[in-house]
Design a protein around this ligand. Structure first.
Ligand SMILES: NC(=O)c1ccc[n+]([C@@H]2O[C@H](COP(=O)([O-])OP(=O)(O)OC[C@H]3O[C@@H](n4cnc5c(N)ncnc54)[C@H](OP(=O)(O)O)[C@@H]3O)[C@@H](O)[C@H]2O)c1
Length: 196
């Protein structure tokens, strides 16, 4: 399984830190090209590779850590996303409601990535907290996971666990998306699951 992160701002960098902390290889890309990411990759060590957007899109599993409305430009890069998983770590703060047309935001994302499995997670914490070691007070920081395809949601939940979080699978984004959307009750909750 290969991984890449699109976006190297607050969230993309936080995710890259978690991959680095856990020794899981990942690519990272932005609009400005790999040279702009050289310092970050050097700081995070050999498991984080700065790459072009085009190369990042070759990964099996692609994390979107970009402004929500930018997802359509990324989705337009390929006509068929069959076999790939898109992890939607975006939020819709500032996005006009009409852009969602009453749909869960990850279902809107899915329409721009035809053939891909889309899983929503890693969007719920402020980036500073997302970047920190998820181990706290003898437990692990909770991360909710939702996806319309059970198998890919479970696979991403396992990856979320490998990154150190305590994943909680919620179900289909059309059913539970609102819980993970802007202002939803599970957003900005710093919950710790105790080991037992
Ligand atoms: N900030 C938070 O605490 C937080 C927490 C949870 C979720 N979120 C969500 O996570 C997403 C990212 O937020 P952020 O705070 O990380 O934003 P940010 O700091 O502004 O970073 C955005 C990144 O997206 C890249 N980008 C923009 N358009 C792109 C495109 N078409 N193709 C490739 N890369 C593109 C930018 O590239 P360049 O660097 O080249 O400009 C930049 O690296 C948003 O949807 C936000 O709502 C944010």
């Amino acid at each position: 399984m290969t991984y890449s992160i699109i976006g190297s701002g607050n969230v993309g960098t936080a995710l890259a830190r978690q991959f680095a902390r856990n020794g899981i290889p990942v690519g990272i890309a932005n609009t400005r090209g790999p040279d702009s990411l050289a310092a970050l990759a050097a700081e995070l060590g050999g498991n984080v590779e700065a790459m072009s957007l085009q190369d990042a899109l070759r990964a099996d599993t692609i994390f979107l850590a970009i402004p929500f409305l930018a997802h359509t430009a990324v989705g337009a890069a390929l006509s068929n996303w069959e076999g790939k998983t898109i992890v939607d770590a975006m939020n819709t703060y500032g996005v006009p409601p009409e852009a969602l047309a009453g749909k869960a935001s990850s279902d809107v994302v899915a329409a721009a990535f035809p053939g891909a499995k889309v899983v929503k997670t890693l969007n719920q914490l402020p980036a500073k907290l997302l970047a920190m070691d998820p181990t706290e007070n003898g437990g692990r920081r909770v991360m909710f996971v939702a996806g319309n395809d059970n198998a890919s949601a479970a696979t991403i939940a396992q990856l979320v666990a490998d990154l150190g979080f305590a994943p909680i699978l919620l179900g289909k984004v059309s059913d539970v998306g609102v819980l993970l959307e802007r202002g939803g009750p599970l957003v900005l909750q710093n919950l710790i699951k105790l080991n037992n």
